[in-house]
Design a protein around this ligand. Sequence first.
Ligand SMILES: [Zn+2]
Ligand SMILES: [Zn+2]
Length: 338
Amino acid sequence: MRPIFQPSLVNGPFGDPALFLDILFERRAMLIDLGDLAALPPRKLLRISHVFVSHTHMDHFVGFDRLLRVCLGRERPLALYGPERFIGQVEHKLAAFTWNLVANYAVDLVLTVHEVTMDGRLLRATFRSRDRFARHDHPPVPIADGRLLVEPAFDVRCAVVDHHTPCLAFAVQEAMHVNVWRNRLAALGVAPGPWLREAKHAVLAGAPDDTVLVAPEGDSASPGERRLTLGELRERALQLVPGQKIAYVTDAAHHAENAGRIVALAAGADLLYIESTFLEAEAVEAARKAHLTAHAAGALARAAGARVLIPFHFSPRYAGRESELRAEAREAFGGVVE
Ligand SMILES: [Zn+2]
Ligand SMILES: [Zn+2]
């Protein structure tokens, strides 16, 4: 089954970090990191509902203004997530502009800004254009298992890593897919229909096997009803397939504590986007700047059991030497590097 997320690095491996995650069939997208967004046309920016910011070094946050400008006047709210001090930083960005005319727009743009604290809470504040983007705080909520966002089709988790400042790594996990063997439905004597969608939801929600389903009979001109249990249906006609997992790790010092957090977050990722800023030959400089080398990125991807590694955030000093970074990452990883 086709994954619902279509990820693409907005600025390629050398440009500012920004991963655009288009969501199939939803006319909606999410964005991880807010580097320069000049390469994204307004129609794509307008699809963005959620933005996850690793940290606010300029190359990860400078795209905020462009996104905000395009979103002014749109109905859909915008949710942003970031590390410690993030709400105050968004507040200051907003305070740098004058909003007297925007406050009169017919449509009220609402920003909900979330901040992950070091003690595992999520601070929340809203800013509304109608209110000239004044800050309104809401009570913090605890974060369970790093979960920032839970939707029926996917969830987004984070881990806090050390980049000589708190920095967030993210994992987007699609829900299980439930596939139906149509021919086996016939063998069960039932026909497909809206009941099947409900049955799939029940499976994903963990409903017990003895849940009774009522389905139209399969093979008569004026079908009656047949009762069957969810367990029976699952065993004979359904197949559960894990959804896609995409992990995103950038700007992390290379040390054991970070490695443990990164590997736990990215475990089993189908796609692992991971910074490979320096070659191992420059490991001393990488350590000084709290970045990973391509070798370290490959080793982390291997430890996490990732399927495909996508290295990015290459230092501009390696212009024209991209293949060396990829080769180093591939050698440490031992798997597919894209
Ligand atoms: Zn940084
Ligand atoms: Zn960076």
